[in-house]
Design a protein around this ligand. Structure first.
Ligand code: BG6
Length: 314
């Protein structure tokens, strides 16, 4: 068991995490493909490497992918230098896993899944050479005290030249429940003013900057010159980020996730976020795939599964 002790205001894991990490590595490590190492603040982190040279790093805390380096050796995810790596707090950057509540509501913002430590269920190298990690999270009494609906979550990372994520939620209670969910992915861009999001023309959006007012997107290419916080409802299953400064395109493909959220905090909101540097907003854009607008109902015993895949082209 990991022990948590308090130093100042911040809970940190004690050095007893080291033997636990060694044990996880012995059980789940695969030479040349999977290793479990000590991450920031002694938190366990799984490192996946693929023969193409791509690499992903996933914290058990939140099942949080905090890094994806593609086969060119470049980092594709933004991670704030101010990010917290603390039990009970979300990590700013990478892919926060949002479940069972997107945004504000009775639960902590963006729900519970990103606040707790997940377990490694399985690691494998597939015959194709792709490397797969499966993490899981079962509702605990502490979670059920906040949201009284027992669940089992699985989060799968599949790394090859691309990065694919599968998220599954099983309703392990005897009653139906409804949830919202998202992969809140922070992409690294060289310059937000030379970044565009493509593929959302004609889609209805709810604009959080206009109190949720709805309109239809008229632009082929969404550019950024201010705080942007929009839910594109029933968006197409492929959208692209064009990073003009780097001359590359990131394609985001989704299935069984209706919505896409586009977010950049810009200057004032960046200043208000304690775990985000004031000068960092030009270097990121969130393009989130999710079940955001309309909660999804899940019958007792039923399983929901969604996928998102990220790939890079020049
Ligand atoms: C986005 C929301 O998905 O997440 C924004 O649309 C929010 O309104 C942002 O500010 C970050 O949320 P958090 O809880 O990680 O600070």
């Amino acid at each position: 068991m990991m022990r948590i002790r308090i130093r100042g205001n911040a809970p940190v894991l004690s050095m007893e995490s080291a033997p636990m990490i060694d044990a996880l590595n012995q059980k789940h490590g695969i030479p040349g493909a999977v290793s479990v190492v000590e991450g920031k603040n002694h938190l366990p982190k799984v490192v996946l490497t693929h023969r193409s040279g791509s690499r992903a790093e996933i914290y058990l805390h939140g099942a949080h992918v905090c890094s994806w380096v593609d086969s060119t050796g470049e980092e594709r995810f933004f991670l704030s230098r101010e990010a917290w790596f603390e039990p009970g707090k979300p990590i700013r950057g990478g892919i926060p896993v949002i479940f069972p509540q997107f945004g504000a509501g009775p639960l902590p913002p963006h729900g519970l899944a990103r606040l707790y430590s997940w377990e490694i269920a399985r690691t494998e190298r597939l015959p194709s050479g792709a490397v797969r990690l499966r993490l899981c999270l079962d509702s605990t009494p502490e979670m059920l005290a906040q949201w009284p609906h027992p669940f089992h979550l699985e989060f799968e990372v599949l790394l090859d030249e691309a990065l694919a994520i599968v998220l599954r939620a099983k309703n392990t209670s005897g009653e139906p429940f409804a949830f919202t969910s998202a992969l809140h992915t922070y992409f690294a861009v060289q310059d937000i003013k030379r970044t565009k999001v493509l593929g959302l023309k004609g889609v209805t959006l709810a604009d959080a900057m206009q109190k949720g007012a709805r309109e239809v997107e008229t632009r082929e290419a969404i550019a950024f010159d201010r705080e942007t916080d929009r839910v594109y409802v029933q968006a197409p299953d492929a959208v692209r980020i064009r990073d003009e400064a780097r001359d590359l395109t990131i394609t985001i493909e989704k299935s069984n996730l209706p919505d896409v959220v586009v977010w950049n905090p810009w200057i004032e909101k960046a200043r208000r976020m304690p775990d985000f540097g004031d000068e960092e907003y030009p270097f990121m854009v969130c393009v989130e795939t999710g079940q955001v607008e309309k909660p999804r109902s899940l019958a007792a015993g039923a399983l929901w599964e969604c996928r998102t895949r990220f790939s890079v082209s020049r």
